[in-house]
Design a protein around this ligand. Structure first.
Ligand code: ADP
Length: 499
């Protein structure tokens, strides 16, 4: 089928604050600050900000992967691990205070979010002239490219795409984050493999919201913008509208509200009138059109939310539920049972390795089990969901005991649910992960001054939030020659205790 979906939206050159007015809602404005941004992993914190030259740790490659409003995104190789990453580079002198705030906001929000369909942040650097955001690398192009190649997609493919986007958005909304700039250019394929996962990027315009409090900044791209955003009185449902526009395009190849000028598009959006009249829609099922209607419902109060969208009959009909793989589930849940209270530092190092060094392949099967357990698809595991999972592989009474015990140990941030990284940390095959080679790499990453041993100060720089008492304990337990430093051998000994 031919496609009229030929042009990229303007926000390739940055998402517009359409009328350039600052947000004036009641929530406190984000002040630009010298951030000590922290990736919270449970109640342990890995400090991610690095001051100094990124080129000490990364080789930046050319040509750029893409360019945004305030700089470019480059592919990079992490020198000590050879892992490939993406680095967003922002020129300080060319950005206003407001734009720098936007960047800090993006870093802060990305560090908070932990979902398989949301781009993962690894590090944040700044030197005199630039800011650098290091994230996982996506190599499969964006959804816009896919659409340009294929015109429109089958309902099955469209549903698989929408399920991933909605799952991430459901998670964001539960975390009280609204994205505000959903569009195909901000949806990247992790790789060019057939079943590659989609990742939402560009959280520069996203915002923490307070339920029932309206936002008022006009943001986003006119094609995807919700009518209530134009009126500057909206909430997180604006993301669902954008999902509706995306789905409409996926199914027919052109946008629901289109015209030659931005002004005319805005006029159409503000009326909210669109149709399924053209021939591209003839073959599309009634359920699909109904689902589009529910997401492009003019009144935000009557519009479905992300959770309801995920449970829509159309999504259910065209996507496969994650298959229940008993042997794998048993193995994973057994690993989780074995997850015993570690020394805090070992646990922190282990999380560091999972986040920074575990490969997609090592996590792929765990993701399947996670999705299988996460029955309400909010991107987290509740006690009840875990109980249902365990009851499939053991007696109900044992399962209940098991789950209580696991929650005490795995839910490190006491959130009442287990998030994706906590799950991976608790269930990954430790022996495989903690190979000698990988521990060596980790050791060298910690040993910043390349002295051949790690000092407590070097560790403190990476892991904040660990009490002074514990550092003393670490020295006592593992520093066998009492020189106040941890050698490679001592580090191996320390990590061996994890099994
Ligand atoms: P901006 O916020 O400045 O608009 P984006 O985050 O949208 O920047 O990134 C600009 C472009 O860089 C994207 O459209 C995409 O092509 C590319 N890009 C961004 N992040 C990644 C990534 N993690 N992997 C691969 N390419 C990326």
């Amino acid at each position: 089928m031919g496609s009229c979906y030929g042009k990229r939206s303007q926000s390739d050159y940055g998402t517009q604050n359409i009328d350039n007015q600052p947000e004036t809602d009641n929530s406190s404005p984000q002040k630009f600050q010298h951030i000590d941004e922290q990736a919270c992993l449970g109640n342990l914190i890995i400090t991610n900000e690095k001051v100094g030259l990124i080129t000490k740790d990364y080789t930046l490659l050319n040509p750029p992967l893409g360019s945004g409003a305030y700089g470019e995104v480059r592919k990079a190789i992490h020198k000590s691990t050879n892992m490939m990453r993406a680095v967003k580079i922002i020129h300080k002198a060319q950005t206003s205070m407001e734009e720098q705030e936007r960047l800090m906001n993006e870093v802060k929000i990305l560090q908070k979010l932990d979902h398989p369909n949301i781009i993962k942040i690894h590090e944040f650097y700044q030197d005199e002239s630039f800011f650098y955001i290091v994230t996982e690398l996506c190599t499969g192009g964006d959804l816009f490219d896919k659409l340009s190649q294929e015109g429109s997609l089958s309902e099955k493919k469209a549903a698989e795409i929408m399920k991933q986007i909605l799952s991430a958005i459901n998670y964001c909304h539960n975390e009280k984050i609204v994205h505000r700039d959903l569009k195909p250019e901000n949806l990247l394929y992790e790789s060019d493999k057939e079943n590659s996962m989609l990742k939402i990027i560009d959280f520069g315009t996203s915002k923490e919201f307070v339920p029932k409090q309206k936002l008022n900044q006009k943001l986003g791209i006119t094609t995807y913008i919700a009518p209530e955003v134009l009126k500057r009185k909206y909430d997180e449902k604006c993301d669902i509208w954008s999902c509706g526009v995306i789905l409409y395009i996926l199914l027919c190849g052109y946008p629901p509200f289109d015209a030659r000028s931005e002004g005319r598009i805005m006029e159409k959006v503000s009326k909210g009138v669109y149709s399924f009249d053209s021939q591209e829609w003839e073959e599309v099922t009634k359920e699909a059109k109904e689902f589009v209607r529910k997401m492009l419902q003019f009144e935000p109060n009557k519009r479905i939310n992300a959770q309801q969208a995920l449970n829509d009959p159309w999504i259910k009909r065209f996507t496969n539920p994650t298959e229940f793989d008993r042997p794998l589930m048993t193995e994973v849940l057994t690993n989780m049972r074995k997850f015993t209270k570690q020394q805090k530092l070992q646990e922190a190092v282990f999380k560091f390795i999972v986040v920074q060094l575990a490969t997609k392949e090592e996590k792929a099967e765990l993701l399947k089990i996670f999705q299988c357990l996460d029955t309400n698809q909010d991107g987290k595991l509740s006690k009840q969901e875990l109980l249902v999972g365990y009851s499939k592989v053991m007696k109900p009474i044992e399962a209940a005991e098991e789950v209580n015990c696991i929650f005490q140990q795995v839910d490190k941030n006491n959130s009442g649910s287990i998030d994706y990284t906590e799950f991976v940390v608790a269930t990954i095959d430790r022996q495989q992960l903690l190979s000698k080679q990988r521990l060596q790499v980790t050791f060298h990453m910690f040993d910043k001054d390349k002295s051949g041993s790690i000092t407590i100060d070097e560790l403190k720089e990476i892991f904040s939030g660990i009490p002074e008492e514990m550092w003393k304990q670490v020295v006592q337990d593992f520093d066998s020659n009492s020189d106040g430093q941890i050698s490679l051998e001592e580090f191996f000994a320390m990590m061996k205790k994890i099994d």
